[in-house]
Ligand binder design. Structure first.
Ligand SMILES: C[S@@+](CC[C@H](N)C(=O)[O-])C[C@H]1O[C@@H](n2cnc3c(N)ncnc32)[C@H](O)[C@@H]1O
Length: 572
């Protein structure tokens, strides 16, 4: 996808230039940003080289294996020896927990190859899980009470994203009808109108038929902008199904060779009439041809060049089975949303299908390029990046989201990546930074976030629906048990599982145990887990009584044990 000659580089847009200068250099005095900037401030060579020329973008395309600043890029995804960072400019394979505005400001200019964002839109359905009825949600609603407020919120973030995007890079903004009209105007201003590449329509669902007045809004919009140079683009194709060809392709490839192969007859004339060395007579026709005379002759002898009828202008056979498929255009109808049975489903309504991010990451980056998602939710973009051997950076403001994606990356069936500072330091595994999790901080988390934290830290799954499951906040499934999804999106009750109850209290007491015992009896469970900061003596006595009289076990766990990771023996 070649750029237009007059394309305006992102760094020259007024907003970006100011942001870039201010933040990448001025930020050096900010202690939090020093680790990121150590490799860039005072090392102007590395910074300059971070703005790729068409030469080094070509180097990436041809896999020469040299990264920014001429530093060899490890092709096996390991770190630069001694540095513990796969990219010499920025730390990658990191999930940052925090407001992306703060995190993006710490990144150097022109360091990212591909950015994807899927911010919560002006619609409640998008954040009801990460922000249920808590003060967090109310604050968020207030902030987004109008489209203008939403755009005002997004603008400085997009300016930062434009600043850190390489010239060869691509930026994808995923949104829906609520604000897409305003988003496009804002992005034109920030990235430059000439850097607009595509408006992709993702037909995400077929739902909401009859009960919906008017035309159902069943698509999302994904805007694609380039960084100002020749952007990386690996054209995606929809492979032809040779056994079930669509009508249009079948009529195009209407000829059949004796061996059964379908082909169409294609033009051999050169579009450039001024090519003297390609101008010659062939089979009685003097024309400007695409190929040299020798190549034409060879193709003719091999039956590739034919005369459709005696005396006709020669044409070439283009075989269907040699074509990559139908080039994917801007209307994507072939990627279904995540359904209730999907294996990748984590239970968050905003989760996007891996196939969608797989297409974006493949199209707009190459191995070892840096992919960044600044609103990464369940981490679909970073999972796609990891699976495709890209480097990645994820940012999310919600500690719950950060834990969910860490769990997803670690899952053996997903990426099997270790969350381990030591491994990360030698270029493997990943880390989560800036999580607010000390005992003090956990005490002041909104109750919903605290419950999520505890359930996920225990390796459990949060209850989606509280109705009928009163007094149970989550469930642990023994290793090897894959819970069955019911039609309602809940997990099947009759499977083997242990209930979890969480109380954000200094000392959980006897009444808390009584309530959990009732819930366990109702759910016919003989073992359950309780999480709190501490327990009263009464509570401990009640747990002993419960075991002696009813042979049901409640395992008491403290927040400290969960923070220290010192509880595995209690789960057995
Ligand atoms: C729509 S979800 C993203 C879903 C994601 N694409 C996926 O497939 O899982 C939006 C995410 O943005 C996060 N978010 C909202 N405001 C943010 C901010 N200022 N900084 C970082 N993350 C933010 C929310 O916590 C939420 O997880």
């Amino acid at each position: 996808m070649a750029k237009k000659a007059d394309a305006k580089p992102a760094a020259e847009t007024p907003g970006c230039k100011a942001a870039g200068n201010e933040n990448s250099l001025g930020g050096a005095s900010d202690p939090a940003s020093r680790s990121l900037q150590s490799a860039t401030i005072g090392d102007t060579t590395a910074r300059e080289d971070a703005r790729p020329t068409s030469k080094n973008s070509l180097a990436r395309r041809t896999g020469e294996g040299r990264g920014e600043g001429g530093v060899p890029r490890p092709s096996d995804g390991r770190g630069i020896k001694g540095e513990g960072r796969p990219s010499p400019l920025v730390d990658t394979r990191v999930i940052y927990c925090g407001d992306n505005l703060d995190q993006l400001k710490k990144l150097p200019d022109a360091c990212v190859d591909l950015e994807y964002i899927d911010p919560p839109f002006n619609s409640n359905r998008n954040y009801e899980i990460f922000w249920p009825e808590t003060s967090e949600k109310r604050r968020f609603d207030d902030r987004h009470e109008s489209t203008k407020a939403y755009i005002d919120y997004m603008r400085p973030r997009c300016e930062q994203l434009a600043r850190i995007l390489k010239k060869t890079g691509s930026f994808y903004y995923h949104c829906d009808w609520h604000a897409s009209h305003q988003v496009r105007v804002m992005l034109d201003e920030i990235f430059g109108e000439n850097n607009f590449q595509s408006e992709i329509i993702w037909h995400r669902t077929l739902a909401k038929g009859l009960g919906f007045k008017g035309f159902p809004n069943n698509h999302d919009t994904i805007f694609l902008y380039g960084g100002g140079g020749e952007i990386t683009f690996n054209r995606p194709y929809d492979p032809y199904d040779l056994d079930n060809l669509d009508e249009k392709t079948a009529s195009k490839y209407s000829h059949r060779d004796p061996d059964g192969r379908l082909y169409q007859l294609d033009n051999l004339l050169n579009p450039n009439p001024n090519r003297p060395n390609l101008t010659y007579e062939f089979l009685g026709h003097k024309k400007v041809w695409r190929w040299t005379k020798e190549r034409m002759q060879e193709a003719y002898e091999n039956g590739i060049v034919v005369q459709p009828s005696p005396g006709a202008v020669p044409r070439m056979k283009r075989f269907l089975d040699e074509q990559e498929g139908r080039p994917i255009d801007t209307v994507w109808t072939d990627i279904p949303p995540i359904n209730s049975q999907a294996q990748e489903r984590l239970g968050y309504p905003t989760q996007k299908p891996l196939a969608l991010l797989d297409r974006i990451v493949r199209a707009s980056s190459n191995e070892n390029d840096i992919v960044l998602d600044a609103f990464c939710g369940c981490g679909t973009a970073i999972v796609a990046a990891q699976k495709l051997k890209r480097q990645w950076i994820g940012i999310d403001i919600s500690p719950t989201a950060c834990r969910v994606m860490a769990k997803r990356l670690k899952d053996k069936r997903v990426c099997a990546l270790s969350e381990d500072e030591d491994l990360w330091a030698i270029g493997r595994g990943f880390i989560v930074r800036d999580l607010p999790w000390t005992e003090e901080k956990l005490r002041i988390l909104p109750p919903f976030e605290f419950e999520n934290w505890a359930v996920i830290a225990l390796g459990g799954r949060k209850n989606k629906v509280q109705v009928g499951d009163k007094g149970i906040d989550g469930r642990i499934y023994p290793v090897g048990v894959t819970p069955r999804e019911t039609g309602a999106g809940e997990l099947a009750l009759e499977e083997s599982w242990y209930p979890i109850q969480v109380k954000q209290k200094d000392k959980a007491g006897r009444p808390d145990m009584d309530a959990f015992e009732t819930a366990m009896r109702r759910a016919a469970r003989t073992k359950g887990f309780f999480v709190s900061f501490d327990y009263s003596e009464d509570a401990e006595r009640e747990v002993t009584r419960f075991w002696k009289e009813e042979q049901r076990t409640i395992i008491l766990l403290t927040v400290k044990e969960l923070l220290d990771g010192n509880f595995a023996h209690k789960l057995v």
